[in-house]
Design a protein around this ligand. Structure first.
Ligand code: KG4
Ligand code: ZN
Length: 343
């Protein structure tokens, strides 16, 4: 098989994205169109709106990725697509485009797991082997700890039992009137806040358990803002109150994420931690991880901020499958497949 380029498509949530990379792998272009503005007034992603917006955006985004890299359709050696997990209607848009391209160009289709992509983004950025490692994916839909033996051999060892970390950021931002997406808004508000002002709960169900829980924390913030009369309260927060609430909430989430990740490293005797997903773009989190990794002499790889939030470059994990000849049939299914312990 001739060595060519791979086009990757990502439409699992509210980013329409395409990337072109070589089979080395080297990312030549990564184009992302965010739908955040469309979903902002709902305080979260509306699946039907996401799917329809992908329909409108995907072909122009693919065209842009190809033209920016001067890639002709004939140069493509394979089409990669994130087919799980995510919003089923949204995934179907990208998957159908990918299958159509693979069938008409007569090149292999390679389905990739979005969560593996979030961890693989660390390897792509580092340019060195990161496996075996503990992989922490912290996004709007997932908070998962994986024991990663290789790029495609992931064992789930911990996950959230209720809200995902990013979801908690989004919900608390909505309580604080900060808009969507909540993560960047809370990070910004927290900069001038006191992280010790509110003693919000840290959920450590037990030292033996690597699971997470963030819904109690969200309720604690709601009570701190509105008291017990959450439904009727119209309290307006001062800028400093807002900053202190944001900083205290952020600190509570980040401490738990860091603590559990290092617990997982110890539990499985691993010395490398990879962190990806939207929440990993948070600079306070990155600093906290760096300090702890330095103190514990752990090799730490955090995806660069642009590759933390959803993108198609992280689908470069497809290159491993490409070299191994592990292709997918044209009836490859989309799978919502939220990764949870107990479905
Ligand atoms: O990985 P991602 O782009 O999409 C999913 O796969 O879900 O993650 C999006 C999530 C949102 O919940 C967003 O609020 C959060 O990542 N996020 C952040 C930051 N940037 C994005 N959370 C905390 N701090 C940030 N700077
Ligand atoms: Zn994601």
């Amino acid at each position: 098989m001739s060595v060519g380029r791979i086009l990757a498509i990502e439409t699992t949530c509210d980013e329409t994205a395409a990337a072109v990379f070589t089979t080395e792998p080297r990312v030549l272009a990564s184009i992302v169109s965010s739908q955040a503005k469309l979903h902002a007034r709902f305080g979260g992603v509306v699946p039907e709106i996401a799917a329809r917006a992908h329909l409108g955006q995907l072909l122009p985004i693919i065209d842009e990725a190809l033209s920016r890299t001067e890639t002709a359709l004939d140069d493509l050696a394979a089409i990669a697509v994130a087919h799980t997990p995510g919003l089923i209607g949204a995934i179907l848009v990208g998957l159908t485009a990918a299958k159509t391209l693979a069938a008409t160009l007569r090149v292999p289709l390679i389905g990739v797991n979005h969560l593996e992509g979030h961890i693989y983004a660390c390897q792509m950025a580092a340019g060195e082997e990161v496996f075996p490692c503990i992989g922490l994916v912290v996004s709007g839909g997932h908070t998962n700890l994986f024991r990663c033996s290789s790029a495609s051999d992931f064992e789930l060892v911990g996950c959230t039992t209720d809200d995902a970390a990013g979801e908690a950021f989004d919900k608390v931002a909505s309580i604080l009137g900060l808009g969507y997406p909540g993560g960047p808004a809370i990070e910004h508000a927290a900069r001038t806040g006191d992280p010790k002002r509110h003693a919000f709960p840290r959920s450590f169900p037990s030292d033996a358990i690597l699971d997470f829980s963030f819904s109690g924390l969200k309720t604690a913030v709601r009570y701190a803002v509105h008291g017990q009369n959450a439904k009727t309260s119209t309290r307006v927060l001062s800028e400093q109150e807002l900053a202190d609430l944001a900083a205290s909430f952020q600190q509570a989430v980040l401490e738990v994420l860091v603590e559990k990740s290092f617990l997982a490293l110890k539990r499985f005797g691993l010395g490398t931690l990879c962190v990806g997903g939207g929440v990993a773009a948070n600079s306070a989190f990155r600093r906290m991880l760096e300090e702890r990794a330095a103190a514990e002499r752990v090799r730490l790889f955090v995806a660069p901020p642009d590759w933390c939030t959803d993108n198609a470059a992280m689908a470069a994990v497809a290159v491993e499958k490409y070299h191994a000849g592990r292709f997918d049939p044209l009836d490859l299914d989309a799978a919502a497949g939220l990764v949870r312990w107990r479905e």
